[in-house]
Design a binder for this molecule. Structure first.
Ligand code: GDP
Ligand code: CA
Length: 325
């Protein structure tokens, strides 16, 4: 079985880890291949280093090196490099880069400077984390530089665009977002393997990733949405909202910026041109979508630990079988 998932950072990574756990512990499913198409709109260059937050969160979570308490960054992390940078007055200080994490960014930046593509670099990083051995293929959505920017009000009554990370990390999404502008997206080409992974999948899954700034960005890569509309595989999504609220993060602020209600129904509606089934929390059992089957999960839709997440993934796969029949 070939499973393709479209993922952002923490929500996507935790879901795929649970999915892999379910496959590995279920007779007959261990051979299944999982391809993860990762959002790269969050990418940023800091201190001359290329940082890919969603790809890194996927690497660390799926490779067993994540700081579990926060869901991103390296475990057993220190901040001595950042202290030195602060002593030199090197900006910005609002984005925390741990010492071990910096090792990833140095390796990535070095390989990029030697001419490797982001896909090739990601494959190298993934080998270190053992992903191919675990039948996980991690693909950035594109090798074209793409950056999500947020348009906010400036002090003079005008508008200015800031990098998504500045809005999310520095301002905690508290500045009202007027709109998102994704530099480079309309001219981006899907990375090698991305469109085929969608077209040739047996199942496509949308983890409970942010619908606007994670999945929404991947959907904006030319060809991706058409591939999803055209694939023979059932497409099943998992809601990132419970009773209208994101489980973590600021998806509600992102939805407000694009004029979409913060409900499981409205998020499912963003995918309705290709979605076959939508797994929601029991609290959202009343959700109705015109073209997709809506199913409440048989418990809280919370990825509280790996086995619990595995049960959510298993339910999504059963739904895929049901809608394909
Ligand atoms: P990010 O790039 O690190 O922000 O991560 P993603 O975009 O992959 O995922 C963020 C989304 O995951 C948020 O909108 C959360 O509401 C959602 N999320 C996180 N944990 C859970 C969970 O346990 N259950 C559900 N249903 N959604 C979750
Ligand atoms: Ca992200």
């Amino acid at each position: 079985m070939r499973i393709t998932a479209i993922a952002g950072g923490v929500g996507g990574a935790r879901f795929v880890r649970g999915l892999r756990h379910h496959l590995d512990t279920t007779p007959g499913l261990a051979d299944a291949e999982v391809t993860v198409v990762a959002n790269t709109g969050d990418d940023i260059t800091l201190f001359g280093l290329r940082v890919c937050p969603d790809v890194d969160t996927l690497l660390y979570t799926l490779g067993g090196g994540v700081e579990e308490s926060q869901g991103w960054g390296r475990s057993d992390e220190g901040h001595r490099v950042q202290e030195e940078l602060a002593a030199y007055g090197v900006a910005p200080q609002w984005f925390g880069l741990g010492d071990r994490d910096i090792g990833t960014h140095v390796a990535r930046s070095l390989w990029l400077s030697q001419g490797l593509t982001p896909s090739e670099v990601t494959a190298r990083l993934a080998r270190r984390w053992g992903l191919p051995d675990r039948r996980i293929r991690l693909l950035p959505m594109t090798d074209t530089p793409v950056e999500t920017h947020v348009v906010v009000d400036d002090e003079d009554g005008g508008e200015r665009a800031i990098h998504f990370q500045e809005w999310w990390v520095r301002h905690q999404a508290s500045l009202p977002a007027r709109r998102f502008v994704v530099a480079g997206l309309d001219r981006a080409a899907a990375a090698p393997g991305v469109l085929d992974a969608i077209r040739q999948a047996d199942v496509v899954l949308l983890p409970p990733s942010n619908p606007v700034v994670s999945i929404g960005i991947v959907l904006g890569v030319p060809g991706v949405r058409d591939a999803l509309r055209g694939t023979a595989a059932p497409v099943v999504g998992v809601s990132p909202l419970i009773s209208g609220r994101p489980v973590r993060g600021h998806a509600d602020a992102c939805l407000a910026a694009i004029g979409v209600e913060s409900t499981a129904a409205a998020v499912g509606g963003l995918y309705e041109d290709f979605l076959d089934a939508w797994l929601v929390d029991p609290a959202d059992a009343g959700t109705v979508l015109a073209r997709a089957r809506v199913e409440p999960f048989d418990g809280p839709l919370l990825m509280s630990d790996v086995p619990a997440t595995g049960r959510i993934a298993a339910h999504a796969l059963r739904l895929a079988t049901a809608v394909a029949a």
